[in-house]
Design a protein around this ligand. Structure first.
Ligand SMILES: Cc1cc2nc3c(=O)[nH]c(=O)nc-3n(C[C@H](O)[C@H](O)[C@H](O)COP(=O)(O)OP(=O)(O)OC[C@H]3O[C@@H](n4cnc5c(N)ncnc54)[C@H](O)[C@@H]3O)c2cc1C
Length: 414
């Protein structure tokens, strides 16, 4: 089989990229080892949720999935507060002061994946290979030829690796990656509080790492609690009552007077926290996007947002190349994408890394309060932070800034 582009990995990032590329008129083959589980709103809220920026909502809308997401369980939030471990508020943001109706939307990952999958199933120009996996990559007359476990072979002009943090495509391409182990895990659960979550994304930096409460549509909260590995194992093993007691201690006090009493919890799970940055995002007729290219600390909830920006950026660069009648897989075209997205991602990844480091030593307490109060007091710094976090900064892809795909397709080359 021959097509323009093979996308390996139909997680949130790969599926969004595949959908946008097919809607742009490229023929696309999608390979994934697992079909997504159908979303069922009668089931309890899933453990994996994401804070999606307004820019990501724009991108998912152009990928044909956001309307489906908004019809189901989701929770827009307007306010965000960040507290230090002594309970003082370091930073507060309200969408209204930036002319926005929301700072983001909390959505279950499984709903986003399922909505994108539905859009791929009904779209022309897309061939799905699922469940299947890549077993080999060779180049025939310079073009990638991908062999699959099923025995199929797909020859394409461009290969997109969107197969997550342990990307097999990255390994096949021989792209080197810097890797930091934080020695921490992110413990996740859904919890109830005596006063429902007032639509606030709340985070406190504790001695062991940040603890975040993200609002859900029924007033409960999805938590991400970053903890040292040994502490994670201990807290996972607690019974519910002891877990709630520890959690309540961690949220006690605070200028927000919320979260107050933690009254119930669902199941708990934990995920290792790492930072991974690939030395480049492109190689011979191939690109990496999403977690395959970069993994960032979840303290600012940016991982999938960065991946969706990659997907939108890739479409923008490829459409521009096609409009100029250039080769979509030439080194020059791919480098334009790789340099752009890598520099943007590095700013965010290293920023998260630095902020995390700033909160570890106790003795930095007074210094970080001075530093952060300078940021909090500067409209320019606050605005720049929000522009980037919401995917609307000057360097963000056009689709994230609200430009329609049809306008991108019509646009004359930049
Ligand atoms: C605790 C925690 C909280 C987080 N919270 C947030 C948040 O609030 N906001 C946010 O933006 N991000 C958040 N993130 C990060 C976010 O979850 C990831 O960045 C995102 O899921 C990455 O998506 P992806 O599509 O790139 O990769 P994945 O979701 O890993 O998808 C990869 C896909 O590739 C497929 N695949 C893998 N190997 C193969 C193979 N060999 N052959 C075929 N297919 C294959 C898999 O089946 C999968 O479908 C969080 C992360 C953690 C750990």
């Amino acid at each position: 089989m021959n097509c323009d582009i093979v996308v390996v990995g139909a997680g949130m990032v790969g599926a969004a990229a595949a959908s946008l590329l097919a809607r742009s008129g490229f023929s696309v083959a999608v390979v994934d080892s697992h079909e997504p589980v159908p979303f069922d709103a009668s089931e309890p809220v899933g453990l994996r949720v994401s804070a999606l920026s307004p820019g990501s909502a724009n991108i998912l809308s152009e990928a044909g999935a956001w309307r489906q997401v908004e019809r189901q369980r989701h929770c827009p939030y307007r306010r965000m507060a960040v507290e230090d471990r002594d309970d003082s508020v370091l930073l507060e943001f309200d969408a209204l002061e930036f002319g926005l109706d929301r700072l983001g939307t909390i959505v279950e990952n499984s709903l986003v994946q399922w909505s994108l999958w539905q859009s791929l199933l009904t779209m022309g120009g897309v061939e799905l290979f699922c469940p299947d996996r890549v077993t080999g990559l060779e180049y025939i007359e310079g073009a990638p030829s991908v062999s699959l476990e099923s025995g199929a072979t797909i020859r394409c002009r461009l290969l997109v690796g969107a197969d997550g943090a342990n990307s097999g495509i990255r390994k096949l391409l021989g792209i080197r990656q810097d890797h930091w182990e934080y020695g921490q895990q992110g413990l996740v659960s859904v919890v109830r509080t005596s006063t429902p979550n007032p639509g606030l994304a709340w985070q406190r930096f504790l001695e062991g790492g940040p603890l975040a409460f993200l609002p859900l549509d029924d007033g409960s909260s999805s938590i991400v609690w970053s903890l040292p590995e040994a502490e994670t194992a201990r807290i996972l093993a607690l019974d519910d009552e002891s877990f709630l007691a520890e959690l309540e201690q961690a949220v006690a006090g605070g200028d927000q007077h919320w979260p107050d009493r933690v009254t119930g919890c669902g199941p708990r799970a934990a995920f290792p926290l790492t930072m991974r940055l690939c030395e480049r995002y492109t190689s011979n007729h191939s690109v990496l996007i999403g977690d395959a290219a970069h993994v960032v600390h979840p303290l600012a909830g940016q991982g999938v947002n960065l991946g969706l920006l990659d997907a939108a950026g890739l479409v923008e660069v490829l459409v521009d190349a096609r409009n100029r009648q250039l080769d979509i897989a030439s080194e020059k075209t791919l480098e334009k994408f790789g340099r752009w997205r890598r520099s943007e991602t590095e700013i965010m990844a290293r920023g998260m890394h630095g902020i995390r480091g700033l909160f570890i030593p106790e003795e930095l307490g007074p210094l970080r309060r001075i530093g952060i109060s300078m940021i909090a007091g500067s409209w320019t710094a606050r605005d720049a932070f929000i522009q980037r976090a919401t995917g609307r900064n000057r360097n963000a892809p056009a689709l994230s800034r609200g430009v329609a795909l049809t306008d991108l397709l019509r646009a004359s080359p930049a």
